[in-house]
Design a protein around this ligand. Structure first.
Ligand code: ATP
Length: 269
């Protein structure tokens, strides 16, 4: 299928306030928002706007959420693609999809292109077992040449997410490509509390719910894991027909999730 394999949203409602924690990352990305909102300010003084920013961090920490927030804050269209979905069995399909994607984004500029799991196509070239992988290399080369080909005033910024920056081909990281990195790490205690609060926002809770206590019980949980904790607690409460979520629901949710984690590590080892 040659059909386009990317998403396009003209208007994104996600804002930085929907992303809890990651304050340093937000500070860096506010700049990107400004590039997109006021390109003339940079052009008139002869400054070139960055073309690519790498969002680096473990799974579920909010890289996609953050990219959407940049688009929402700048009020520009959001083009998104998962790198692994771009590639096909047939050589050339990925590259042709990349061309269509960038063409579409340029027409809609200012715009954001978000490439998730960039490492799946951005690995060091020629490093695979048995040498090259033509489809992957061509797809990667097409991304690089599209970025090189941006006109000076293109106002399309490519955000790409990875949890393996170490495996990326150095060609991707050169000046004028993904030359900026923003870290999106696992949340600390205070950040976990903030993330829990974001996901509790529209849920009926009893006054006994101790967010700090839940945050303390969830070390190494990602934002996605914490969202799941809140949802599991809501399910527990609904299951026994309660109209509010209380602390016992959270304890049961945590037990269930921790047990799930233990079971999954048992099957791995
Ligand atoms: P992956 O690398 O697995 O694609 P990701 O880093 O892109 O993960 P997201 O898909 O953005 O993570 O996160 C999944 C969901 O978890 C988000 O939609 C959001 O609901 C929640 N979440 C993650 N991090 C945060 C955060 N910092 N604040 C609020 N919600 C968060």
């Amino acid at each position: 299928s040659k059909a386009k394999r990317y998403g396009k949203e003209n208007k994104v409602s996600t804002k930085f306030t929907d992303v809890a924690g990651h304050e340093e990352a937000k500070r860096e990305l506010i700049e990107v928002v400004d590039f997109l909102k006021n390109p003339a300010k940079y052009h008139q003084i002869g400054a070139e706007i960055p073309k690519g920013v790498l969002l680096v961090g473990p799974p579920g920490t909010g890289k996609t959420l953050m990219a959407r927030a940049v688009s929402g804050e700048a009020d520009v269209p959001f083009f998104s693609v998962s790198a692994s979905e771009f590639m096909e069995m047939f050589v050339g399909v990925g590259a042709s999809r990349v061309r269509t994607l960038f063409e579409d984004a340029r027409k809609s500029a200012p715009a954001i292109i978000f490439i998730d799991e960039i490492d799946s196509i951005g690995r060091k070239r020629g490093a695979g077992i048995g040498g090259g992988h033509d489809e992957r290399e061509q797809t990667l080369n097409q991304i690089l040449s599209e970025m090189d080909g941006f006109e000076k005033n293109a106002s399309v910024i490519v955000l790409a997410a990875t949890n393996r920056p170490d495996v990326l081909d150095s060609a991707l990281l050169r000046p004028g490509r993904f030359d900026r990195q923003v870290t999106i790490d696992l949340p600390n205690l205070k950040e976990r509390e903030a993330i829990l609060k974001v996901h509790m926002r529209n849920k009926p809770l009893t006054s006994g719910v101790d967010v700090q206590e839940i945050a303390k019980s969830t070390p190494y949980f990602s934002g996605a894991d914490l969202k799941n904790v809140v949802n599991e607690a809501a399910l527990e409460a609904a299951r026994i027909a309660k109209t509010q979520i209380d602390m016992s629901d959270f304890y049961r949710a945590l037990d269930k999730i921790t047990l799930g984690l233990e079971n999954s590590s048992l099957t791995i080892s």
